[in-house]
Design a protein around this ligand. Structure first.
Ligand SMILES: *Cc1c(COP(=O)(O)O)cnc(C)c1O
Ligand SMILES: [Zn+2]
Length: 419
């Protein structure tokens, strides 16, 4: 495996603040992190990433949750509601059925607002405060809006969320609403919402907290660090493979960055880096298309559809960071149908783990890659489940059994259940 190591821990450039700076992944120009508001490179328009003067090893971490990893975050503290430290569940029935050496599920639905988006927001909203901006905004398939609304509320900041009308699960809209975001229902899909909010940010009207914002990915890196630490503690080994649902490919990019930043100071052997394996819904699979065709970039899909609304995305903005991550860790990408997603959602529920449809894509992807032989039976696998079942009650109710009407007396109920 050939991991690019030159993207972390160099002598800090003049623009650094406390050993933190921004660097362009295209032209490598560096920028000050907190002076100007930047989302992409002013010179070449490529994505930016956060860089550090020095990087920690596992022994340097203490405490729990996202801020356990403060030595590799751009701030000492953010706006926090105790995010991270989510459970890594062993799933013995699925492990048996799919016949892999070990199978665990990292359930990000157990974050405060019910998705991993909290990890990005605790850092991103903290940076927004440091920058002194006052109006925060995101385009969202739902969970980003719920997290922004909660963290914005916690930080006493104004929040705007742009949602594709009619395509956001009920639980997520309810969260954004109660936490006090202004909800703008856009006549267009997620990618259109993101086009608009990027334009609003470019005009200086809002501070953008989509995963295009490099600071958010720093918080999301901690998913990968928790998986490494917990898996090692339990098995004395790191997982061979991490399988995750892919929408904008922020997590794929963030996990790859976490691994590079552990390899760089020698805390992780390059041979121990898990193969990053992305799963998309068949109706929204530009990353899979790019991986299968060995393209350098993705082609935008204008029409996308899937029951997994959280990954109903045709123009994954982080593809330039994620595609190298998939390739250089020896991973792959695969698409699954809505039926396969729903079946996997039921299987996880059968082990007591309640997830929303997008999350189940990771298990559905594993099943497909086991039957095609891409994943072998000696692998230790971790599947990421990104959001909680209650996010999308409608999908859960459809996937589950129907309530049975019974009479209002004991004999009638007994008669019914014994028949
Ligand atoms: C945001 C989200 C995703 C997509 O994650 P990316 O980092 O954009 O690839 C997947 N599942 C759920 C539940 C989400 O909320
Ligand atoms: Zn550049």
């Amino acid at each position: 495996m050939t991991l690019e190591l030159d993207s972390a821990a160099e002598p800090s450039p003049p623009e650094a603040t406390n050993g933190v700076w921004l660097s362009c992944i295209g032209c490598e120009e560096t920028y000050s992190p907190f002076d100007d508001i930047l989302y992409t490179c002013p010179d070449c328009n490529s994505l930016l990433e956060v860089r550090y003067d020095s990087l920690p090893t596992f022994d340097d971490f203490s405490g729990s949750g996202v801020w356990r990893y403060t030595d590799m975050l751009p701030l000492e503290e953010g706006v926090s509601i105790q995010e991270g430290d989510t459970p890594l569940y062993h799933v013995p029935d699925l492990e048996d059925e799919l016949s892999v050496s070990s199978l665990h599920v990292k359930h990000e639905g157990m974050n405060g607002t019910g998705s991993f988006k909290d990890r990005g927001m605790t850092v991103g909203v903290g940076v927004a405060q440091r920058l002194g901006v006052d109006r925060l905004a995101v385009a969202s398939t739902g969970n980003t809006s719920a997290a922004l609304a909660a963290y914005g509320a916690r930080g006493n900041m104004e929040t705007l969320v742009l949602l594709p009308a009619g395509k956001v699960a009920a639980g997520k809209v309810a969260q954004a609403s109660l936490h006090g975001a202004r909800i703008l229902e856009v006549d267009g899909n997620f990618d259109v919402c993101l086009d608009i909010v990027q334009e609003l940010a470019a005009r200086g009207e809002v501070y953008l907290l989509n995963s295009l914002n490099p600071f958010r990915l720093e918080g999301q890196k901690t998913i990968g660090l928790e998986i490494l630490e917990e898996h090692y503690e339990r098995h004395g080994s790191y997982p061979d493979r991490i399988i995750l649902p892919v929408g904008n490919a922020g997590n794929t990019s963030a996990l790859y960055k976490a691994f590079r930043e552990m390899v760089q100071p020698g805390a992780l052997d390059p041979a121990d880096v898990p193969a990053l394996t992305g799963v998309q819904a068949a109706g929204a699979a530009p990353i899979v298309e790019a991986v299968e065709n060995n393209w350098d970039g993705i082609e935008r899909w204008n029409d996308v559809e899937t029951i997994a609304t959280a990954i109903r995305i045709g123009n994954p903005v982080n593809a330039p960071k994620a595609l190298p991550g998939i390739r250089e860790t020896g991973g792959t990408a695969v698409s699954v149908t809505d039926e396969e997603i729903t079946a996997a959602q039921r299987d996880l529920a059968g082990e007591g783990i309640g997830v929303e449809p997008a999350s189940a894509a990771s298990i559905a992807g594993l099943r497909k890659l086991r039957s095609s032989g891409v994943v072998s039976n000696d692998e230790e696998v971790v599947c990421l489940t990104t959001g909680h079942l209650l996010k999308d009650p409608e999908a859960a109710a459809k996937a589950g059994g129907d309530p049975e009407p019974v009479p209002g007396d004991t004999d009638g109920v007994l008669n019914h259940i014994n028949n």
